[in-house]
Design a protein around this ligand. Structure first.
Ligand SMILES: NC(=O)c1ccc[n+]([C@@H]2O[C@H](COP(=O)([O-])OP(=O)(O)OC[C@H]3O[C@@H](n4cnc5c(N)ncnc54)[C@H](O)[C@@H]3O)[C@@H](O)[C@H]2O)c1
Ligand SMILES: O=C(O)C(=O)C[C@@H](O)[C@H](O)[C@H](O)COP(=O)(O)O
Ligand SMILES: [Zn+2]
Length: 362
């Protein structure tokens, strides 16, 4: 990156979370070129990154040291979901302690959703809150995880059960970062893009049906998805209501991740979860069969899973009880009455849940 920082060709998408500091998502080729200016004036920056991005992280550290005149330290964490463990957060806190990171220093999260969730949580908890700049490097991180301030880690009891709302200072989505992303990770990210299409922006579904690899329309798909997320989060930053729609497909999806000991990709798990949610919506709130079929067809054409083991239902049901949308003994799901029309399916009869699961079971 040294000597080759491009003049950014970017769009800025505003996030205006009610009652919290406003920020932008900067999206485009060269967006990362704005990082030095953002952190200039701080004394220390700590860059948290996964193993896979070691070389990129080293270039960013060198650039920041040269351009922004501050102490920069890198912390390498495991690739994938193992980054979101208490022990890894603890290692990050140890480093921050050794460096003496203060409230006017900054943490940078460079990586996929696992790293932006971890870095956000470390920033939210260190000194009860320091600034974090998110630099997502996966499709999923750009369209969803890095935007909106949901941060957290997994514990044995389940997915994302420990965390905090902590909005970033800014989010830099540099499309050039995606050049090295494996195809299987692009597909996993498209699951959240599909989610956004079903809950809000139908043009997304048309674009993906035109090219299920997502590649032909990737910048537009990413921008549209970010705009939906930015809008939802701006109106309900702490998930008091409407933000729950972003959890479409996640009640079963997170349960699959737990039952699989976090070995499935998040996007793959919520792909199955969305088909389940669509089937439950058909049974509970009258979603039409065509829209349910559209879920299966589109997700399959992208190369995402749409079924899961029949005999795991009791374990999944158990895991779903700790979902954050649950209230007391009531399970709550995000449902659809039509494409783009969301509703809450509150405490559905167990016969409906079983029937919906039967239609995704293999
Ligand atoms: N906070 C939120 O609002 C939110 C939203 C959606 C998902 N999430 C979380 O995001 C996580 C999933 O994120 P993900 O799908 O990005 O997975 P990930 O972070 O595990 O990244 C996928 C893999 O790609 C590697 N990688 C990342 N960028 C790369 C690049 N540019 N080139 C090559 N390899 C690269 C990573 O090291 C990892 O091995 C889950 O933990 C999920 O719960 C959070
Ligand atoms: O931003 C949100 O709100 C979401 O629910 C986005 C989801 O895609 C994401 O996976 C999120 O981490 C799930 O949050 P959780 O509260 O169900 O743990
Ligand atoms: Zn998700």
């Amino acid at each position: 990156m040294s000597g080759s920082v491009k003049v950014a060709d970017v769009v800025r998408i505003p996030v205006r979370p009610q009652g919290e500091r406003p920020y932008d998502v900067v999206l485009g080729d060269g967006a990362l070129g704005g990082l030095a200016e953002i952190v200039t004036g701080r004394t220390r920056a700590v860059l948290i990154h996964p193993v896979a991005l070691r070389a990129v992280a080293a270039r960013i550290v060198a650039d920041l040291r040269a351009q922004a005149d501050l102490e920069v330290h890198a912390v390498e964490v495991p690739d994938g979901e193992p980054a979101k463990r208490l022990a890894v957060a603890g290692e990050c806190w140890d480093v921050l302690g050794r460096l003496g990171l203060t409230r006017d220093d900054v943490i940078i999260g460079l990586g996929g959703g696992t790293v932006t969730d971890l870095a956000g949580f470390v920033a939210a908890s260190w000194l009860r809150g320091v600034d974090v700049v998110q630099v997502p490097t996966t499709v999923l991180g750009m369209v969803d995880a890095a935007v909106g301030g949901k941060t957290g880690i997994d514990v044995d009891a389940g997915k994302n059960l420990v965390g905090a709302f902590h909005q970033p200072l800014t989010v830099l989505c540099d499309l050039a970062m995606l050049a090295t992303l494996p195809a299987v990770e692009v597909r996993a990210g498209l699951a959240e893009v599909v989610k956004t299409g079903f809950i809000a922006d139908g043009a997304i579904l048309d674009l993906l049906e035109d090219d299920p690899t997502g590649l032909a329309h990737l910048p537009e798909l990413i921008e549209r998805s970010i705009r939906v997320k930015a809008d939802v989060v701006s109106g309900d930053p702490r998930e008091a209501g409407r933000r729950e729609v972003l959890n479409y497909g996640h009640t079963l999806g997170h349960a699959i991740e737990k039952v699989e000991h976090f070995s499935w990709r998040h996007g793959e798990a919520i792909s199955v979860g969305m088909v389940f949610a669509a089937e439950l919506s058909r049974l509970a709130v009258g979603l039409d069969e065509t829209t349910v079929g559209r879920h299966r067809r589109l997700l399959t054409s992208i190369g995402l899973p749409v079924s899961y083991d029949a005999d795991r239902w009791p374990a999944l049901l158990d895991a779903m009880r700790v979902d954050k949308k649950s209230r007391g003994r009531r399970l709550r799901f995000i449902g659809l009455t039509a494409r783009g029309e969301t509703t809450i399916v509150d405490d559905p009869e167990s016969s409906l849940l079983t029937a919906a699961y039967r239609s995704v079971a293999r």
